[in-house]
Design a protein around this ligand. Structure first.
Ligand code: ADP
Ligand code: MG
Length: 236
């Protein structure tokens, strides 16, 4: 898996040639980065020594997650550990994730471990795309990150979308006051989310073989927003 700015078509065709109909988190993030979508800094470690080196290059605190074609929902198998503050914690986290994956998915193929910057907590939102056989690609915006299924506070538009439509979508969700700021809380960066949505729209226009995309969560700040997890499913 090259870490250079591979072309979207190369990333996608490599996945397909390996018999996968989905992109791994690092591949999906490379694709996002290609379109100018802000993602967490990351590197793929093949072993513990590389993980140590990459963590000190990126700078603590870091996050470790498994990279495996057999683990799509990483938290479910205990394969995400956040806020790792030093090398001692890193070694422990690395071993814990390996044990957890072996326990839950004994036959999982392990490509490595993604080491990424740990970004501060703030409001988590989701931007998703799904393809309807009748209407084509639709984009979703919602609040909630991991709580999205519980909150069900989402809204949809058919792609492509304009800046104005993206902005309307933010205002449509019930939780909009959380973005706009309430009770003395500072407003969060709506423009940063709109920008991500427009870039997603362009990505889908140029790569219509993407049948599903999940940027979940995107963490939104008073200035800027960052994608901390990305998943892409391809049409086969
Ligand atoms: P999953 O495959 O289970 O969806 P995620 O990569 O979304 O795994 O990680 C689970 C949760 O951990 C995220 O919803 C987010 O709250 C937190 N998280 C993941 N990566 C980071 C990061 N780089 N910085 C801060 N928090 C993170
Ligand atoms: Mg996620």
């Amino acid at each position: 898996m090259g870490l250079n700015m591979s072309m979207p078509k190369d990333i996608i065709s490599r996945a397909l040639s390996e018999g996968r109909n989905f992109l791994l988190e690092p591949e999906a993030k490379l694709l996002c980065a290609y379109y100018g979508i802000p993602v967490t800094k990351f590197k793929i470690a093949r072993n513990l020594d590389e993980a140590k080196r990459f963590a000190s290059e990126i700078g603590y605190p870091v996050v470790l997650k498994i990279v495996s074609p057999d683990v799509l929902h990483k938290t479910d198998v205990g394969a995400v550990i956040v806020n790792i503050k030093n090398e001692e914690e890193l070694v422990r986290a690395y071993n814990t994730i390996m044990e957890n994956v072996k326990k839950h998915k004994p036959n999982a193929r392990i490509i490595g471990m993604i080491v990424q910057e740990f970004v501060p907590q703030s409001l988590e939102v989701i931007v998703g795309v799904s393809k309807d056989p009748q209407f084509g690609h639709a984009i979703m915006f919602g609040l909630g990150g991991i709580f999205v299924e519980v909150l069900k506070d989402v809204t949809f538009r058919i792609l492509p979308i304009t800046d104005k439509e993206a902005r309307e979508m933010l205002r449509e969700v019930k939780g909009y006051p959380l973005l706009k700021g309430y009770r003395g809380r500072e407003p969060l960066d709506e423009d940063a989310i709109v920008d991500i949505m427009i870039k997603v729209s362009k990505m889908i226009e140029e790569n219509p073989m993407i049948s599903q995309l999940d940027l979940n969560p995107i963490i939104v700040y008073t200035k800027g927003a960052k994608v901390v997890d990305a998943r892409i499913i391809l049409e086969t």
